[in-house]
Design a protein around this ligand. Sequence first.
Ligand SMILES: [Zn+2]
Length: 293
Amino acid sequence: MKPKIVLITGFGRSGSSLINMLISKRINSVDVGELRFLYERGYINNERCSCNDYFRECNFWDGVIKKIPVDDPFEYSLLSKKTQRNRSFFTSYFNWFSEDDEKYIGKEKKLIDSILNNSSSRHVILDSSKVPVRACLYYKLREHYDVKILHVLRDPRAVSYSWSKDVPRPETDNKENMHKFSYLESSLLWVGVNFLSRLLSFKYKDDYKMIIYEDLCKNPVSVMDSVESFIFPGGNDSLNNSVFHSISGNPMRFVDNVDIKLDENWKKNTTKFKNIIPSVIALPYYYYIKVKN
Ligand SMILES: [Zn+2]
């Protein structure tokens, strides 16, 4: 059986970290967080891994990167940004890969192999990088790995509220906050990123699945049952001994136990005026996708 890579796609603040944690509890896996930031936040900035050690002191990552020496992490950090912009989506979607794409994909193959070699019996990698173009690049790696796309969708009003808040980044010892977007920016990006993520269903077919965050919170057991069957259509009989070495993502990664409840703070903390923006720009598409799903 080929090793599996589960790529979480969708717009940020849609519950991807929660889903990663819930999958890890059920499936023997390695949660690597947002792997596309490995060079910038790991090699260059030496931020904290979710195991709480700094990147260069983390035994797991130390074992991984020893086998794939990187002479110039700045070059690969730049390459990661250049190859994974939303505007590069369609060229990669139709398999028109640039020299930079080929170079990045080659390096990713070595990285994935090194993660797998360093992960003992765990043959499932969870990557919550989220950008849909990454799934197009990873399509090239399907001869080596079983690549699964899990698209996470959340009510755009809740997502816009989340992007408007100040949220510290624990991996920088709270010296930095997470990036913020205005309601207009987050609503437009919500539509764009979810539209591109939906297109992956035509490319990946049975290896694509969408999860609605609100359904997950209301019915976690049945949604996670369906996710497990999606990752292991023939049944999963491996003992769970997951590890968490997530290099970038939601601060939730640093919490041991997470209470699954629907976060509806946006309802009491958002003014009617602000709510109009995602309601007009993104909410109709949210309901459309929900009905189609
Ligand atoms: Zn670690």
